[in-house]
Every structure is written in C-alpha cells, then in structure tokens.
Design a protein around this ligand. Structure first.
Ligand code: ZN
Length: 465
C-alpha cells in the first residue's frame, strides 16, 4: 500500500513538494484530489446522500427509533470487536436510559487505551489514521475507514444542498493544508485541485503585505463557494472591510473551530453571503450543522448526543453541559459515551422554520484564542498554528505565548517521556514558519494557561499591538 508509506514520510515529501514549480504542485494536488473525489463522489456516497435527504422528513419518533436501533448496533459491535469494551456490562438497550448504565469515556481514557479501542474487524491496512488536538492541544490518534470518509462527505453534501450548493460546485478553500512553500513571498499563494474544481489557498501567508494579492484573487473568483476556518475567513474579511471592499461569494461554510458572532457578522458583510457553520470532530462520532434558517441541527444518523453535567447526569432542559457522543459510523474505532471536552446546550421551544425535526444544539464557544501578529506583518490564526501540533502525541497541552514583540514561547504540559523531544520539534518547525524576524523558545510547564471562565487558549497574546 502506498498510503502508509506516504504517511510515514510526510515531512520529507512536504520538502519535495515545496521545491516543485507551481504547475507541478497543481498536478500533485489534483492527483490527491482525484483519489479523494473517487471516494467523495462515488455511487455509494450519492446513494447514502439520497437516504440522508429522505431523512429530512423524519418525525421525532422516526428519529428516536432510528437512534435506538443504531445504539444497539454500535454497542454490540463495540463489545464484540474492540477489546476495551469486552468487560462492559451486558445490558440490553431498550431505551435511551439504558445506555446510561454504561461508563462515560473521557478523552484521557481514550488516549491511554487507544490500542484496545481499535476494532479487530477492520484490518490495519484498511484503517485511516488521523491526529486531533481537540480542545486542549493534547493529541489523540484516531482510526476510521474509507467508508466513513465517504459517508462523512455525504453529510457535508447534504448541508451544501441546504445552502443551494451542488456537488463539485467550484470552491475556494482555506483549511490547514500547506499548499505553497512557507518561504514564498510572491503569488500564487494557492494551488488547484482540478477534479474537484477546488482552489486551495494557503492560510500560512496571510499578511498586511499579501492582503492585496489575496483580495485580488478573491475578486477574480467572486461568486464561488468559500470554505475555511472561521478565524482565517475573519482575517480575510478584515482585509476587505478595512479597505472598504466587499467581495460577493455564493455561500460560506465554516468549521474546525468556534465561530464567534462578531466573526460571523464580519464574514457575512465582507462576502455578502450567509455563513453555514458546522461542528464536527476528527473522532467522527457526531455532527451538528447549521440549516438555511440559521439553526444548528444535530445530524441524528451520525451519532447519539447526551448533554451531561460534571457528575455525568443529564442537564436540566436547556442548561449547559458536556457533550457525550456515541458515534454510529466509525466501525474502526467505536466510541461509546465519549466525553470530548466540548460543551453546549439543547435548544428547545418551537420547531425550526426549516421544517426538519432534527434536534437543535448550541455548542458553547470553548476554544477562545487570540491571533498571532508577527513583527514582519504576517498574521496567523489559531488553526494555522494548530497544524503544527498534529504530529505530537505526548503533550497534554501545548500553547503559544507571544510574550515579547519578537518572541513566541512554545509552552507544553507533558503527558509522557517523549514530551520534551516533541516540544523541541514543534519549536523548530514553528521557527521555520515564523522566520528570522521572530525567535521561538520552548518550555515545559506543569499546568496550561487558563483564561477567565476556564477557557484554554491556543495562542496567548501579551504584546501591545
Ligand atoms: Zn432548521
């Protein structure tokens, strides 16, 4: 298999990729896009999408009986296939209350028992591995399957349909891929994925100096779909609005971090389009997506959601609590009653005007963070820096403290013996990203820095702007 080889050598391949001329990068990005689009736009994905669209007519009773059935299936699969669940009590899940007889898994427990949570039914060569840094910067390696990648894409296409966007409609993407070399100082800051009619823009080259290039590019692609991390789109919106410009786009999709009301307002006004936000996770155990009426709906076919208090008891009505997910789709690493660390509340009251009976949930904004402004004018969103944590598995927390105009401290809380080594690697890579105008140092700390209200920011900014 080529894929494990590529994954094992990703650092070296990135160096090779960075040295290629722009057309060759487009060719490689498109080749990868071709593989992905075979999964994303396969007949199976479209048939799954068709089912998903039919489910939009479900009544609350339809939703409950589907979820009970799916819980029975995934719990018995977990018990039979993953050693961790072998000793779980033999209960029959007749209703949602019986699920509560099973323990709640914390993120720490999943990290520590990862190997035993992998399903024996899915051979290692069929596992796709992804790293997630979650809310706190502590890394977790998650396994999933190609089938799940396909199904997950169908959920995304369902939300596109809510926005009136068709599959393969041209789009401009600003997620975490390193699509052009860090050292590049002239356009293009983008590369093309031709099979998907997608252009990937770098989130690592945003700067007051490059703002005009980014805006010119967006003007040339006005009317297309725009997707990306909220903090990144918010930086772009600032570029436009501060110059008194607006760039009408078809629709905007955000995910990967919380969307603050102020950021939504800026993005909608700069790009003259509605923002469709979504909340998901690399563990692939749950999904919440915004509909065309602006409400956040649970995708009932994706996973079962409980909102629990600190003692794992259900919260009262619409009180805030912890999200505890039981994913229906991930057969490679089933997660039953997984407390991911994020919080939110049910939204009760009159049904949504969109007509769907899918329950509504409001995720709480927990990942408050700041933006890094470098001395040379470059601007990095929390998600840009977060990409540098994905390889590390030994850190409980990792934060970036901008404490002097020209210095950033990588501040890590160790989870195992490898921590110092991984922290120094992050320091080195971040130094490469930030370049000569900044100095990056590193330190091990015993606890993370916490903002008022208990939020643990990725970037802490102590420099007067
Ligand atoms: Zn709705």
């Amino acid at each position: 298999m080529l894929e494990p080889l590529i994954r094992a050598n990703i650092g070296r391949l990135q160096t090779v990729y960075d040295r290629l001329p722009s057309p060759a990068r487009t060719l490689l990005t498109s080749a990868r896009g071709w593989f992905l689009s075979r999964i994303r736009y396969s007949p199976e994905a479209f048939s799954f999408l068709k089912h998903l669209r039919a489910h939009e007519a479900w009544t609350p009773d339809d939703i409950s009986s589907f979820q009970i059935r799916s819980l029975q299936e995934i719990v018995s699969h977990a018990r039979a296939a993953a050693p961790y669940y072998a000793n779980y009590p033999q209960i029959e899940i007749r209703n949602f209350d019986s699920l509560r007889l099973l323990p709640v898994l914390t993120r720490e427990t999943v990290r520590e028992n990862r190997a035993h949570l992998l399903s024996r039914d899915v051979p290692p060569r069929q596992r796709i591995i992804a790293g997630t840094t979650g809310t706190t910067g502590g890394n977790l390696k998650v396994a999933y399957t190609e089938k799940l990648a396909r199904e997950n894409w169908a959920f995304l296409l369902r939300q596109w349909a809510w926005a009136g966007v068709k599959p393969r409609q041209p789009r401009v993407t600003l997620f975490g891929a390193r699509v052009v070399p860090i050292t590049r100082t002239t356009p293009p800051y983008w590369t093309h994925n031709l099979p998907e009619r997608q252009i990937l823009l770098s989130i690592f080259h945003l700067s007051q100096k490059t703002a005009a290039d980014y805006l010119k590019f967006l003007h040339e692609h006005r009317g297309t779909v725009l997707e990306g991390f909220p903090s990144v789109l918010s930086i772009l919106a600032d570029f436009a609005l501060s110059r008194g410009e607006t760039i009408p786009m078809r629709a905007v999709f955000t995910s990967g971090e919380p969307l603050y009301p102020a950021a939504r307002e800026k993005i909608e006004s700069a790009f003259q389009a509605a923002v469709f936000d979504s909340y998901g996770m690399t563990e692939y155990c749950g999904l919440i997506q915004q509909c065309e009426k602006g409400e956040m709906h649970l995708a009932p076919e994706y996973g079962y959601l409980e909102i629990l208090d600190a003692n794992n008891a259900p919260v009262a009505a619409d009180e805030e609590g912890y999200f505890v997910w039981t994913g229906f789709l991930n057969r490679a690493m089933p997660l039953v009653r997984y407390r991911i660390g994020d919080r939110g509340r049910w939204k009760l009251g009159t049904p949504c005007q969109c007509g769907r009976a899918f329950p509504r949930v409001t995720p709480t904004i927990t990942r408050e963070s700041e933006i890094l402004h470098c001395a040379d004018g470059r601007i990095f969103s929390p998600r840009a820096l977060n990409q540098y944590l994905k390889g590390a598995t030994s850190l409980r927390f990792c934060q970036f403290v901008h404490d002097r105009a020209e210095r950033v401290v990588v501040r890590a809380v160790a989870g195992s013996d490898l921590a110092a080594l991984e922290m120094m690697k992050i320091r080195e890579e971040l130094q490469h990203l930030l370049g000569g105008s900044m100095r990056v140092t590193a330190e091990i700390a015993s606890e993370p820095l916490v903002f008022p209200g208990g939020k643990i920011p990725l970037i802490v900014n102590r420099v007067e702007q």
